[in-house]
Design a binder for this molecule. Structure first.
Ligand code: NI
Length: 181
């Protein structure tokens, strides 16, 4: 298993519509394993392939938050939304590509998705609560959409500026580390 580097917004790869996965290959299985490890390490509850620079329609999630509970890692390949509830829900969302920024986003409270599993079989499941929010947030990533796209232009611009600053600082730190080694 290899931890992958998570892209930080703004990055053109986070704004693109991803391509369907043609077949579940060893490469895809390795990608899913790496993404789950990267997500748990972060730590986060969801991670989409474009966030690690792979422009494919695949995301992983595990919304079990309790420390002692059994993890429930899920891998969704080529997911499709087959139904959403009329009822909506507000959650304070964050994103591993937009570290330490949180904002309330309104989405359908429940969602039904169909996807291809790592077993090559078609799966369908209905998600609610945090799972529903997470699945929709990750699904958005596959279409180049971020949670800040639901916010007003001022708030979005403010967060984007903070991220640009963070990226500059990280680049500088990486540069000085190279210099010292
Ligand atoms: Ni995200």
């Amino acid at each position: 298993m290899t931890l992958r580097q998570i892209l930080i917004h703004p990055d053109p790869r986070l704004k693109k519509v991803c391509d369907p996965v043609a077949e579940v290959t060893d490469e895809i299985r390795k990608l899913a394993d790496d993404m789950l490890a990267t997500m748990y390490e972060a730590p986060g509850i969801g991670l989409a392939a474009p966030q690690v620079g792979v422009m494919k329609r695949l995301f992983v999630m595990d919304c079990v938050k309790e420390q002692d509970a059994t993890p429930e890692p899920m891998v969704l390949i080529n997911p499709e939304v087959s139904w959403v509830s009329d009822e909506s829900n507000v959650y304070e969302e964050g994103c591993l590509s937009i570290p330490e920024q949180y904002a309330e986003v309104t989405r359908p409270a429940e969602v039904r998705m169909r996807w291809l599993g790592l077993d090559g079989q078609s799966h369908e499941e209905q998600f609610d609560a945090l799972w529903a929010t997470c699945a929709q947030h990750e699904f958005d990533h596959l279409n180049g959409k971020l949670f800040i796209d639901y916010l007003g232009p001022m708030k979005r611009k403010m967060i984007t500026r903070k991220m640009e600053k963070l990226k500059r600082e990280r680049a500088r730190e990486a540069g000085s580390k190279d210099f010292l080694s």
